[in-house]
Write a protein that binds this ligand. Sequence first.
Ligand code: CP
Ligand code: NVA
Length: 300
Amino acid sequence: MKRDCLRLWDLTREEIEGIIDRAIKLKAGEDSQKCPLIGKSVGLLFEKPSTRTRMSFEVGVYQLGGQAVYMTPSEIQLGRGESIADTARVLSRYFHAMVIRTFEHERIEEFARYADIPVINGLSDLHHPCQALADLMTMKEKKGKIEGLKVAFIGDGNNVANSLIEAAGRMGFSLNIACPEGYEPDADVLEDVREGKGEIIILRDAKEAAGRADVIYTDVWVSMGQEVEKEKKRRKFQPYQVNSALVGCAKKDVIVMHCLPAHRGEEITDEVIDGPNSVVFDQAENRLHTQKALLELLLA
Ligand code: CP
Ligand code: NVA
């Protein structure tokens, strides 16, 4: 039976722990000669731009001995009206897995329903599970543990926040989310993780959320596809900037995380992202290692 990873919740805690441990080993150079994807091809169908996800999957598949093929809707018949279902059926005949970046989460669910190969979500409007895997690896690397950490997400209750919530539910860290009214994370995601482990609290006050935190995390205020709301969101999110005053509310050894790309001067200041607490570039690197471990789990 094929396994998809459309949201972090699709993985068990044991599988997530296995991916993190494996990624740490891959990062250390262990098994660098092993090519579990030899003779296998992975398709990357991206409906939105990407630096990290695209490049880390392309490089990661190559390092595992396989072939990655990048495509956008306008380069295949999907952009001319071929259905998602038919595209999924056909691509399943060529590829061993697909990574999809899209808008409505239902589009990737539909693709996965008609594909008989593993489908990995490379970001939808609702979830970003590959990001969450790298986030967890980074927490483990920097803090030595995940369970019991106090994490504060400051900003938009978007795809990245939703996947962080699922990470908290599986791994048992406490998560304070500070966001303006009307920009809370997805209600269904919050409902689903209720059976999980971590305590999740939604607050309005960023300083309260960041108080004594081990990790402060933020993301852009305007996600891809939301550009029409740009001015309104910039006004509403002003009190949610991750700056030195906010970092000062957290523990002294707090790590500051951001999925990137960052809009410097908006959700995070230069001083913080370039400062001693920032781990954002290690976090970006870890996308490569965790995705290789995920591919091994789903494909090898
Ligand atoms: N964090 C992340 O997914 O970055 P990209 O949009 O560059 O892939
Ligand atoms: N929330 C952002 C994440 C980018 C990696 C977006 O969807 O644009």
